[in-house]
Design a protein around this ligand. Structure first.
Ligand SMILES: [Zn+2]
Length: 293
């Protein structure tokens, strides 16, 4: 079963990506826990990145980097066209200040950097806007409008559970060149008729269910998307070893002398890597083999 679906209106002016991301989000919380606030906004950011990346091309990806003055400090979410996605929050135990109920205050005022990876170019493409509400969906819509002049509707939902999230998902509707005022008006008129994405997800919605009103009122064709979103950190024991080597011979010597096993946690997924003294010694010895110029 595909979790992500894409549709294009027959006149080519509306494109939609819609996804159920519960499983992907829960994989992101496999090795660590987070506050309900952090979980909700991290899940929304991860879902938003997955939707945006799905509309790109092979080997391209999108990263959203929210940097705010609020207690969460920053959230980073990235996704590749091929479905691999990950998310990180600087202060994932953060709660909202007492008396504050709007989730956007978790990030507070600040900026959103959107980075588009381009493997064939030296530099990625970057765009920056101020944080609009901090609720993530609104911010993505604001970015698309401000930086690309694309009118967009973004709905992202996640409900935190005791472990991970109960549900997560959402959709991204973008207007393409050639759209008419009539199309905008029709979309705006349909919006209030739509049941909340969170409620639909709780009832076990499919990706199509999330956008049923739009599918019923415009003529759409499904665009085949052969990839399934999945959590993919990319960390490995080799990476951990490389980072240890970078600490230098002095630090490695200290760790060996103290007879500590090194336990290194990946900052994205929280996965723990353990190295024995023998393995540390091997890394330390490898530094001596490096020829000195
Ligand atoms: Zn990792």
């Amino acid at each position: 079963m595909a979790d992500l679906k894409k549709f294009l209106s027959k006149d080519g002016t509306i494109r939609i990506a819609t996804v159920i991301s519960t499983e992907t989000v829960n994989d992101a919380f496999r090795y660590f826990e987070a506050s309900p606030l952090a979980k909700t906004l991290m899940a929304r950011a991860l879902t938003g990145a997955i939707l945006m990346a799905s509309q790109m091309k092979e080997r391209l990806g999108t990263a959203l980097h929210f940097i705010g003055e609020g207690p969460l400090k920053s959230i980073f979410a990235s996704a590749q066209y091929e479905g691999g996605a990950k998310v990180y929050c600087e202060n994932r135990s953060a709660e909202l200040p007492t008396g504050v109920t709007n989730l956007g205050a978790g990030l507070g005022a600040g900026r959103l950097d959107v980075i588009q990876s381009r493997p064939f170019e030296r530099e990625p493409l970057r765009g920056t806007v101020e944080i609009y509400t901090g609720e993530i969906g609104d911010d993505i819509a604001y970015y698309l409008n401000q930086s690309h002049q694309i009118p967009a509707i973004v709905s992202l939902a996640a409900l935190p559970a005791e472990k991970g999230v109960e549900i997560a998902g959402g959709y991204l509707i973008e207007l393409m060149p050639g759209y008419t005022e009539e199309t905008i008006q029709k979309l705006e008129n349909l919006q209030p008729l739509l049941e909340s994405t969170a409620k639909k997800l709780q009832r076990g919605a499919t990706p199509e269910d999330l956008i049923d009103i739009y599918l019923d009122n415009f003529e759409f064709e499904e665009i085949t998307h052969p990839y399934k979103p999945h959590y993919e950190c990319g960390c490995s024991i080799e990476r951990v070893e490389r980072s240890l080597v970078l600490l230098g011979p002095g630090t490695l010597d200290e760790m060996i002398e103290e007879k500590e096993t090194a336990e290194i946690g990946c900052e994205f997924c929280g996965r723990k890597y353990e190295l024995s003294i023998a393995e540390l010694q091997k890394l330390r010895d490898s530094l001596d083999e490096v020829p000195v110029h």
